[in-house]
Design a protein around this ligand. Structure first.
Ligand SMILES: Nc1ncnc2c1ncn2[C@@H]1O[C@H](COP(=O)(O)OP(=O)(O)OP(=O)(O)O)[C@@H](O)[C@H]1O
Length: 636
């Protein structure tokens, strides 16, 4: 027997460990299971190179709770330790890990969010246990060892008669950590951290139907058939899948396998994913994983499913900020890399070269995949566009490399459901939609119903009208406009009368003289609220509407951009301002001007103004009621 003092510079390290890791106590289990996994895979390796003369068998890790004894036990069939190894690895090396940890975090100033990711190792057991025992027998022909430590720097190490190979860690759970004696709690933790662990983990047993038992059907004397119940047998409850899809080669997987994996990863998600991207790189860093493009859903609970980060099949976090580019954080799936430094702060992570490369690699892979989906089956890509557009548009805005790639597959659908790429759109509209000054105007609507009359007016001229309705589209239009030759401009169909949006040379002759116009303007201005509407007299086609409400493109776009972050400072809070375009060539406008009855004149203006508001969905409440009353009067 040997008694000793762990080489401690801090008087009592354990209360400190407990204190610093307050919110992350649960990681002790992940740490101990990881050690058990390492011990098993190391032994497998030693056997394979002929270093260990033993059989691995179906080595598994067993977790068990003894409520009476208040213990939680983690048992493996790995390589085990000799007395000297316990002395070396547990008393010296494991301790140095714990000490290093304390050095880093003892002033409490460090980013607490990363503490859970720090490999504190074996000593994290003392976050929940008042005493820890190790029973271990090495694969080497040496006596087993029994180590006991009660959380003070003192330990005892004695020989033991354990005869089976491997290590058993027994945690005597502290009174303030009794939750770790609950089956549900432990099962929950195993599921969170270890459901794809490399070595099978047994947690209790479960009953299943006996596959070797065929239930007999007996026919009684009345001819009634009864089948005997199925025989059940008790088997180990293995909680993990040791071979998840992302660890396999893409060539060995069918579409169905990816679908099944998505379901396995997010059992509460009923919607299937749109497509997947299998990541697999081993230089200049190691990274495997599968990313899924989800169907966007309104259900916020579903949006909670995030990309999960693993390190050698052990769950680390679902906060992948800094590792996965922002615009891809709406994706789902798994990435697994032994190369991501986890024991550092987030800001350090973002500056880390390897991490930057990983982020760049993921962006490239996603771009390549989208590009090949577009090329291979454009029809299908168009069908999925609505679900993926926000991610792609966001990516085009935030990553220049992605923008360059995505320009060839980002789509611009028209109100008639034709999908153009940007180049196709330019080609299709360059002759018809270029104005007299050489500006190439791309028309769009944000809502087919609300802007119906404007869309119709543009279509009547033979123009293409896009339907662009994502929340960040105004930013993308801005970028597309500024990255070309400056001649291409987007304009919403209701930004002005269509003849003004794309001004051609053929000017329409004005029916009204300048004097008549001067007389008309104040009459109309007197009838509409001047703080919201600017009256604009235009000589338009006599068939165009007499009154029309428009919102100048620049004004509206800046307001929209402010609402989604960007645009010009302060524009978001400006009140809504509109133009009231009055078509001086329309007969109704002549009638208004020539009317000698002032009441009649006012009534005509109000009616026409209300109709214009109605077509912009701006007529509500009392104004709408008055409009309806007035309209009935007219048809009486
Ligand atoms: N179940 C086990 N079987 C065999 N050896 C073990 C076992 N658990 C721990 N050890 C030994 O004790 C050492 C220290 O363990 P500890 O968990 O503190 O650190 P680590 O696993 O080396 O690193 P990390 O900080 O990543 O956990 C291990 O390197 C290993 O040699």
């Amino acid at each position: 027997m040997s008694k000793g003092n762990i080489n401690v510079s801090v008087e009592n390290i354990f209360p400190l460990i407990k204190k610093f890791l307050y919110s992350d106590h649960e990681i002790f289990l992940r740490e101990l299971v990881s050690n058990a996994t390492d011990a098993t895979t190391k032994l497998k390796h030693l056997i394979s190179i002929g270093e260990a003369q033993t059989e691995l068998g179906d080595a598994k890790i067993e977790i068990s709770i003894d409520k009476k004894a208040k213990t939680l036990t983690i048992k493996d069939q790995g390589l085990g330790m000799t007395m000297e190894e316990v002395e070396k690895y547990i008393n010296q090396i494991a301790f140095s890990g714990a000490e290093e940890f304390l050095e880093k975090y003892k002033d409490g100033k460090n980013d607490t969010g990363v503490i859970g990711h720090f490999g504190l190792g074996f000593y994290s057991a003392f976050m929940v246990a008042k005493q820890v025992e190790i029973f271990t027998k090495s694969y080497k022909d040496e006596p087993a060892a029994h180590w006991i430590c009660d959380g003070s720097p003192e330990y005892t190490l004695v020989e033991h008669d354990k005869s089976d190979r491997g290590t058993e860690i027994v945690l005597h759970i502290a009174d303030d950590s009794k939750e770790f004696l609950e089956e549900g709690k432990i099962r929950g933790l195993l599921n969170k951290y270890n459901r794809f662990n490399q070595v099978p983990i047994k947690f209790g047993t479960k009953k299943v139907n006996d596959p070797n038992h065929e239930p007999k059907t007996i026919t009684d004397k009345d001819g009634k058939e009864t089948t005997e119940p199925r025989k059940q047998i008790e088997v180990d409850d293995i909680i993990n899948n040791t071979n998840p899809a992302w660890t396999k080669k893409p060539a060995d997987l069918e579409d169905e396998d990816y679908k099944n994996f998505y379901r396995e990863l997010y059992p509460m998600q009923f919607e299937e994913s749109l497509f997947h991207i299998h990541l697999n790189v081993d230089y200049p860093f190691n990274l495997t994983g599968i990313l899924f493009f989800p169907k966007l859903t309104q259900n916020l609970d579903m949006q909670k499913d995030k990309i999960q980060l693993y390190q050698n099949q052990v769950f680390v976090t679902d906060n992948v900020e800094g590792i996965v580019p922002d615009f891809l954080q709406m994706l789902k799936g798994v990435i697994d890399s032994p190369d991501i430094p986890l024991n550092v702060s987030r800001s350090y992570l973002q500056a880390d070269g390897a991490v930057k490369k990983i982020s760049g690699y993921i962006t490239k892979k996603v771009g390549d995949k989208l590009s090949s989906l577009f090329k291979e089956n454009r029809e299908d890509f168009e069908k999925k566009w609505n679900d993926i557009k926000v991610i792609i548009e966001y990516g085009m805005l935030s990553e220049d490399k992605f923008y360059d790639k995505a320009k060839s597959f980002a789509l611009y659908p028209t109100v008639n459901n034709t999908y153009f790429t940007f180049d196709e759109l330019i080609e299709k509209t360059k002759d018809s939609q270029t104005d007299k000054d050489g500006n190439h105007i791309l028309l769009y609507a944000a809502n087919k119903n609300a802007q119906h009359s404007y869309i119709e007016a543009a279509k009547a001229k033979g123009y293409e009208v896009l339907l662009l309705d994502s929340p960040i589209i105004s930013h993308l239009m801005q970028k597309l406009e500024t990255s070309g030759d400056g001649k291409v401009k987007f304009s919403r169909v209701d930004a002005d009368h269509i003849d003004n949006l794309i001004k051609k040379d053929d000017t329409v002759i004005s029916k009204l003289s300048d004097e008549e116009k001067e007389k008309l303007k104040p009459i109309i201005e007197a009838a509409v609220p001047s703080q919201t509407y600017t009256v604009q007299l235009e000589s338009l086609d006599s068939n165009a509407f007499p009154f029309m409400i428009t919102v100048p493109e620049f004004m509206r776009r800046m307001k929209e951009m402010s609402a989604t972050g960007g645009g010009m400072f302060g524009m978001g809070s400006l009140p809504d301002m509109y133009n009231l375009v009055v078509n001086t060539n329309h007969d109704l406008v002549s009638n208004i001007l020539n009317s000698t009855d002032e009441t009649e004149q006012k009534r005509l203006i109000s009616q026409a103004f209300d109709l214009a508001k109605l077509s912009q969905n701006l007529l509500h409440g009392e104004e709408l009621t008055n409009f309806i009353k007035r309209s009935y009067e007219l048809i009486k």
